[in-house]
Write a protein that binds this ligand. Structure first.
Ligand code: GLV
Length: 327
């Protein structure tokens, strides 16, 4: 019997390809060749499933070219590369990869927060450039983490474990803002206090962004919001590019409106606003918050489990538009 045809859009773990091949006729891209949107659409023309990584845009135009497509499984918790409404309208199931990356991503949020607050990369560049000739009392003086106020915008799974690290590990006073307030037992476990967005911006010493991207969260942090923050504050974005107005942030960093920023995600990445490269008080990483090999493997496994679960057994694990299953 012919196996169902699926597409794996980017290079992934060979063992994941081998697992998928037990169930499917797999067209893969282990050479990691960049495909245009048209090429992606052409390759999907005869496929029932797609394994995507968050870089591939699945919208009405692509779906139009893929009449047999039944599921797209994202190897990412974020899914702003999917037009979920268009997928639902066409009866295409969307799945993402939550939970398996929560702790790893929170670790990285803290790494970026600490590197930013304590000016790790800026001081390393100075040292590597051979500029360190003597000690001075205020050399690369940063801001304290212990005992400071940690603000979290977006209090989903990742926000909650960042709160726990801050409160329990560093004795931070944790405040948060979210579309909806946490249940009291969760707030207590996170030792986090709910505040409105304005208080969050005005009070946080370190503000970590962990909210999902959608048109309504576009430029949640722009010039006005930055102007409300303390001049000593640090901003950390491990959420998505586009949540921060990067041009306004570069200007705020240059002008001293806030002290520093740590950014793992950028508007229009992998390109980034060149102004961010010209300010010293920013730590920049290339969207690697979930990048440990065990976590990336768990994410790939979950995307594969969704494809197998749905196409073979009719039961996906993490459906984003479960109404498609009822049709
Ligand atoms: C990474 O950014 C993800 O959404 O998994």
């Amino acid at each position: 019997m012919n196996k169902p045809k699926i597409l794996v859009a980017r290079a992934i773990f060979p063992e994941t390809i081998a697992r998928l091949e037990q169930h499917f006729d797999v067209e893969h891209n282990q050479a990691d060749t960049p495909w245009s949107k048209q090429q992606l659409a052409q390759k999907l023309a005869d496929k029932v499933g797609a394994f995507t990584t968050g870089s591939e845009r699945i919208d009405a135009e692509v779906l139009e070219a893929a009449p047999q497509l039944r599921i797209c499984a994202n190897m990412a918790v974020g899914y702003n590369n999917f037009d979920v409404d268009a997928m639902t309208a066409r009866g295409v199931l969307a799945t993402n990869a939550p939970d398996v990356l929560t702790e790893t991503t929170a670790d990285f949020g803290f790494a970026l927060l600490m590197a930013t607050a304590r000016r790790i990369t800026e001081s390393e560049h100075y040292l590597r450039a051979g500029k360190w000739d003597r000690w001075s009392y205020d050399m690369f003086a940063g801001s304290d983490i212990h005992g400071s106020t940690l603000g979290i915008l977006g209090m989903g799974r990742i926000g909650q474990v960042i709160a726990r690290r801050g409160a329990h590990g560093f004795g931070m006073n944790v405040i948060y803002h979210n579309r909806s307030r946490l249940a009291p037992d969760l707030e207590a476990a996170c030792k986090a206090r709910y505040v409105d967005k304005e208080e969050l911006l005005r009070t946080a010493d370190h503000l970590v962004l962990v909210l999902p991207y959608s048109p309504s969260s576009h430029h949640t942090i722009g010039a006005r919001e930055l102007s409300l923050m303390k001049p000593t504050a640090n901003l950390v974005n491990i959420a998505r590019g586009g949540i921060v107005d990067d041009a306004a942030l570069a200007e705020a960093l240059r002008a001293g409106t806030i002290a520093a920023a740590g950014l793992d995600v950028f508007e229009g990445e992998p390109r980034l606003n060149p102004a961010l490269l010209t300010v010293p008080n920013v730590v920049l990483t290339p969207h690697i918050a979930s990048a440990t090999m065990p976590t990336r493997l768990a994410m790939a496994d979950l995307a594969a489990d969704n494809l197998i679960g749905f196409l073979v057994n009719g039961k996906p694990l993490t459906a984003l538009n479960p109404q498609v299953l009822k049709k």
